[in-house]
Design a protein. Structure first.
Length: 478
């Protein structure tokens, strides 16, 4: 963000290797044209150490501020992001190949996350616990310096998932963006300073995962790591921090089911299915890439699905009419291709030819449920359709993976919706919808999809320690 069958060439932190990149710099390529659009310095271990030292000093000053003052500064940061939404969106189109509509939403999501986190600063309260002989209270205190390692698939929002609540809880943050998408992160750091956040409180260090990322994870001055990426690398992050019992939040891989029962509104389910796995070109851990359809309506569902897939507009991400853009890089394109036999039966859309990392929308049929493409995270615009007979088999197929991040089910039966939702082992489920992520509700995975939860009303507490204080009210012994 996978499981024991995950390919050895899984990109670290979902960051493909940079072509011709030098050790001390990162080349940023436009995925739609393959052109280099920027070159930025790459941090090394010494840079990370210096940043941690600076962050620790800034964090002490930040935590000492009145809660209302911290909240006010975070709201100013949100305003600054809002004022530069279009600039940030265009940068995301350039470096990540996101459609401009998605990129605008992502910039707005950063703004909303900062606003939401700011609202929690003055509500980060402890408890008073009844005890004999005195008063017992709990205090939520910041951890210190938090490292956030963000992926390339949603560079702005996921960076903010960790950064906004960590800052709100009184911590300093060092953000290491993905190697391919550092530009929006660097701009967010500039906007934070312009908004009045203290110098060194929020630092962005672009760099290679095995160098800057590893140094951040292993640094004794970093209290917690928030990592989003592959399950394989997430395990490495946890292992590297284990020596110091470092706290972690890990949002990892997914192979989410989309379960369509015979009593569902088939037209609605078929129309909604394409973008449930094609959004962001399928580079989404919540992508519903296993479409499970009850056998009596299987053929009819495919008839409805085909025109929906074939009509998806793939092309220039800067065009507001475009629904799907390119993949992030050539290594990722080759990875996706490795899962799909060109002669395999299924439904295929169209994609541009020529420069750019393009792959067409693809739905495979007649797939063995145990095949790689059916159980591994492809991280591209590829889904499989599998038939099932009854509710029990649907749940078994949905759970037949080491992942458990998200999923959907389509039915008119409320009782079935509740039963299946309880039975599917995943952290984020939706009924008659594919909506998984809201900044005001918890997000995270079961099994090898991750550890901990992000977002929602408890987001700030994940960046605190609970201190218990007992105050005796007993008089001195006579």
């Amino acid at each position: 963000m996978s499981h024991e069958h995950e390919p050895e060439h899984e990109p670290q932190e979902r960051e493909p290797e940079q072509e011709h990149a030098r050790e001390h710099e990162l080349q940023v390529r436009n995925p739609a044209t393959e052109e280099v659009v920027a070159t930025v310095p790459a941090a090394d271990a010494a840079d990370v150490h210096a940043a941690v030292v600076r962050a620790a000093r800034a964090q002490e000053r930040w935590a000492a501020l009145a809660p209302g003052d911290r909240a006010r500064l975070l709201r100013r940061f949100a305003v600054a992001v809002d004022e530069h939404r279009e600039e940030l969106a265009q940068s995301e189109v350039l470096e990540a190949g996101h459609t401009v509509g998605n990129a605008r939403w992502e910039a707005g999501n950063v703004r909303d996350l900062l606003d939401y986190a700011a609202g929690g600063v003055e509500r980060l309260t402890g408890r008073q616990i009844p005890v004999a002989g005195g008063l017992d209270v709990t205090i939520l205190e910041p951890l210190g310096v938090v490292g956030v390692i963000a992926p390339w698939n949603f560079p702005m929002p996921i960076a903010a998932w960790g950064t906004a609540p960590a800052l709100a809880a009184g911590n300093a943050v060092i953000l290491k963006p993905a190697e391919t998408t550092p530009l929006t992160a660097l701009r967010l750091a500039e906007l934070a300073l312009e908004a009045g956040l203290p110098q060194d409180l929020f630092q962005v260090l672009p760099g290679h995962g095995p160098v800057a990322g590893a140094a951040l994870v292993e640094h004794p001055g970093v209290a917690k790591i928030v990592f989003t990426g592959s399950t394989a690398v997430g395990k490495q992050v946890w292992a590297r921090g284990a020596d110091r019992l470092k706290r972690v939040t890990l949002e990892l891989g997914g192979k989410s089911p989309n379960i369509v029962f015979a009593d569902a509104d088939l037209e609605a389910a078929a129309v909604a299915a394409p973008m449930s796995f094609l959004d962001n070109s399928g580079q989404d851990c919540c992508a519903r890439t296993r479409i499970l359809v009850q056998r009596p309506v299987y053929e009819r569902f495919l008839e409805l699905l085909a025109p929906a897939i074939e009509s998806v507009r793939v092309g220039d991400p800067a065009d507001v009419q475009t629904q799907m853009g390119p993949l992030i890089s050539r290594p990722q394109l080759e990875r996706v291709r490795s899962y799909v036999d060109p002669d395999a039966p299924g439904i295929r859309g169209k994609a541009p030819e020529g420069p750019g990392y393009w792959f067409p929308p693809t739905v495979l049929t007649g797939v063995d449920p145990r095949a790689r493409v059916a159980v591994e995270e492809v991280f591209g615009p590829v889904a499989v359709v599998l038939p099932f007979d009854d509710e029990e088999q649907a749940v078994a197929l949905a759970n037949a993976t080491d992942y458990g991040l998200a999923g959907s089910l389509w039915t008119r039966d409320v009782g079935r919706a509740l039963r299946v939702s309880r039975a599917v082992r995943a952290g984020n489920l939706s009924v008659n919808s594919h909506s998984s992520v809201r900044y005001w509700t918890p997000f995270g995975g079961f099994k090898q999809s991750g550890v901990g939860r992000e977002l929602g009303p408890d987001a700030l507490t994940a960046f605190t320690e609970t201190k218990n204080v007992f105050i005796s009210t007993e008089g001195p012994a006579q």
